[in-house]
Design a protein around this ligand. Structure first.
Ligand SMILES: *Cc1c(COP(=O)(O)O)cnc(C)c1O
Length: 423
């Protein structure tokens, strides 16, 4: 076996696509160009390594593998079994967990499986309310969770924007939930998992941590880990963790069988072995000193970005951040979040709107995971904040300056660019 020629082969693969299906090639290459010439400040996004992309685009994508290593419903699984064992072993070592299931197709699928493992339809669950940053799977009426369980929502302190642990305890004592969910799509501060564990023990509930956002920071030692406190931890592998799009579940040993059966066969079919192999690659990367440095740089960058945006006159929720997330209120500049997002997008600054902790009005959610992967540091974050303010004020030529900045930090440097050249 040899890796000689793999890079040319990757470029050749794009040529094959271009020749066979120019219409689709235009989309793929155009998206690569979009990602390379604008700034991805969507807090849930990142750039995987070339190695992760290679595993994703490998022939493991062809393999059917229902079940678990050593107990599959299909033949020919000897090698993909090795891939899944490597992925679970690396996940357990990385996070210090008794058990890991790496088959969840997404973060939402992981949460669905966690509920399936621990709850019955009709059970009461206490989670962050959706207007404050709870995920759709935390009780939205448009999601299975809101239909099948009885969700009670906790809020955030309107002054500080922080979780009010006394309110969580009071709601838990009143509603006696079967499970408490901690985790959010937009909480910029560390979560006190020990405090949640204490409340859960107080009312006999189990604790589910939905750590989809901070799990990459946890891997790099830049955020506290929910693993010692939660019965089950759900996460995505594609946010700060920088792996392929997908989910995973970590749990105590005594829950391993329930969790595994909740993923397959209860909520999913065949495992996606190319993605699982790519997760293994990402977990390997996340165990390196370079990733530890990356995770700390993500937080340092977010702190500078938050401070610089505050200096530009924007409201910054909780006054700053402990993580990759920054929540910004553009109201002091006389625009609402939707208008601001449109102006920012026109300038090539790509981000989301989100709820703000006072829950009346929307803000902008930014994250530093992707730009940090590109190699940007604190100096560039100050520049991003200046460009952000200029874009909101609709100044001239911000798009050109964003393009210039992005061009200096290619997400896939020339030697590993997945595209041979322009169409
Ligand atoms: C991103 C996220 C999810 C869902 O992940 P998907 O892969 O989009 O399904 C679930 N919970 C939280 C808290 C998240 O941030």
């Amino acid at each position: 076996m040899t890796t000689a020629g793999v890079e040319p082969a990757a470029a050749a693969a794009y040529d094959v696509l271009r020749r066979q299906d120019p219409e689709l090639a235009e989309v793929v290459l155009g998206e690569f160009d979009r990602q390379s010439t604008s700034l991805q400040l969507i807090a849930a996004e990142n750039f995987t390594s070339r190695a992760v992309l290679t595993a994703l685009g490998s022939p493991l994508a062809n393999k059917y593998a229902e079940g678990y290593p050593g107990a599959r419903h299909h033949g020919g699984c000897e090698l993909v079994d090795v891939a899944e064992r490597i992925a679970t072993d690396r996940a357990k070592a990385l996070f210090g967990a008794d058990h890991a299931n790496v088959q969840s197709h997404s973060g939402s699928s992981a949460v669905l499986a966690a509920y399936a493992a621990l709850l019955r339809p009709g059970d009461t669950v206490l989670a962050m309310g959706l207007p404050y940053g709870g995920h759709l799977t935390h009780g939205s009426p448009a999601n299975f969770s809101g239909r099948w369980f009885d969700f009670v929502g906790y809020g955030l302190d309107p002054e500080s924007g922080l979780i009010d642990y006394d309110q969580v305890r009071a709601l838990a004592r009143t509603h006696r939930p079967k499970a408490i969910v901690c985790g959010s799509i937009a909480y910029p501060r560390h979560i006190d998992y020990a405090a949640f564990r204490d409340v859960a023990d107080d009312v006999g509930a189990c604790l589910i941590a939905d750590a989809a956002h901070p799990m990459g920071l946890v891997a790099g030692g830049a955020a506290p880990s929910p693993v010692p406190y939660a019965d089950v931890v759900c996460a995505t592998t594609h946010k700060v963790l920088r792996g392929p799009r997908g989910g995973m579940i970590l749990c105590r040993g005594d829950l391993a069988e329930r969790v595994d059966r909740a993923v397959f066969p209860f909520t999913q079919g065949g495992a996606q072995m190319h993605t699982i192999a790519a997760k293994a690659v990402a977990f390997g990367e996340a165990a390196t000193p370079a990733f530890t440095a990356y995770a700390h740089q993500v937080v340092a960058n977010a702190r500078v970005l938050a401070a610089a945006l505050a200096a530009e006159g924007f409201g910054v929720s909780t006054g700053g951040t402990d993580t990759h997330l920054v929540l910004v209120d553009p109201a002091p500049h006389g625009v609402d979040a939707h208008v601001a997002r449109g102006r920012l997008a026109a300038a090539g600054l790509v981000l989301d709107t989100c709820a703000l902790p006072d829950a009346d009005g929307r803000g902008l959610r930014l994250g530093t995971a992707a730009v940090t992967t590109q190699g940007m540091g604190e100096g560039e974050m100050a520049r991003v904040a200046a460009l952000f303010a200029a874009a909101v004020r609709e100044e001239d030529n911000v798009r050109g300056e964003v393009r210039e900045l992005a061009g200096r930090f290619p997400p896939y440097p020339a030697a590993e660019t997945p595209v041979a050249g322009p169409l």
